[in-house]
Ligand binder design. Structure first.
Ligand code: F6R
Length: 234
């Protein structure tokens, strides 16, 4: 794993932009995106940049089950507000949170991912070490699937909702196997609340108890961490 330590998330966004620039230069055509608070400064840098995404296909890691694309809390809406309304992409694939046939939706997403392999996947990390919505205990062998969210994730995500009761209990997520299929992975983590998960991801044993620890096996992972998130690394 290549580790880049930055002062704060603003600087982290600038470093991430450099990686996107190099990746696009090397003819990447497919990008995988994440939501949450972590990638916001990266999206701001991408928006301000001169990078052209009009020939780029994008995927998103996950979506809440039960939320319409235009629901203000959906990840569709997040992407629209934080990136897509500013930068034009060729096509953007996101899981449909209100798909009537859940199995068909999952199958279709896997087929798309197979057809358009991801060149660069952006990730955040949960305090419990989750990536995407792959919570502790998730199999390393799964592709897209439906997951029940853990109490800690529901609590952490409730900051985006009026109250905790409104946080959906299920989500669709690319699995660990789909994430590892990306040619390159960029994970960002900011703040002391991520320090223990970062330690377990980088220096801990590879275990499903910390899903991000599987990234130790991927040949091309870059971590952008601020000093607080890196504070427990030796
Ligand atoms: C979001 C996602 C999640 C987040 C993680 C960190 O699409 O897949 O795994 O990356 O929960 O969230 P933040 O960035 O809000 O701390």
């Amino acid at each position: 794993m290549k580790i880049i330590i930055v002062k704060n998330k603003i600087e982290g966004g600038k470093k991430a932009l450099e990686i996107y620039r190099a990746t696009l230069k090397s003819n990447a055509r497919v990008l995988g995106f994440a939501t949450g608070s972590t990638p916001l400064t990266t999206y701001q840098e991408l928006i301000k940049s001169d990078l052209d995404f009009s020939q780029i296909i994008s995927f998103n890691l996950d979506e809440y089950v039960g939320l319409q694309a235009d629901d203000p809390q959906s990840y569709h809406h997040y992407m629209e507000e934080n990136l897509f309304k500013f930068k034009k992409f060729k096509t953007s694939f996101l899981l449909n949170g209100v798909a009537v046939d859940e199995k068909a939706e999952i199958r279709h997403y896997d087929q798309l991912l197979e057809k358009y392999p991801i060149d660069l996947q952006l990730l955040g990390i949960g305090r419990n070490g989750h990536i995407g919505f792959n919570e502790p205990g998730s199999s390393f062998n799964e592709r897209t699937h439906k997951v029940g969210l853990t109490e800690s994730t529901i609590k952490a995500n409730s900051r985006f909702f009026a109250d905790e009761v409104q946080v959906p209990r299920y989500a669709y997520s690319m699995g660990i196997k789909s994430i590892l299929a990306a040619k390159q992975i960029l994970l960002e983590a900011y703040g002391s609340s991520k320090a223990s998960a970062v330690l377990r991801m980088v220096q801990g044993p590879m275990t499903t108890a910390c899903p991000a620890s599987i990234l130790q096996t991927h040949p091309n992972v870059t971590l952008i961490l601020d000093e607080a998130a890196a504070s427990q690394l030796s």
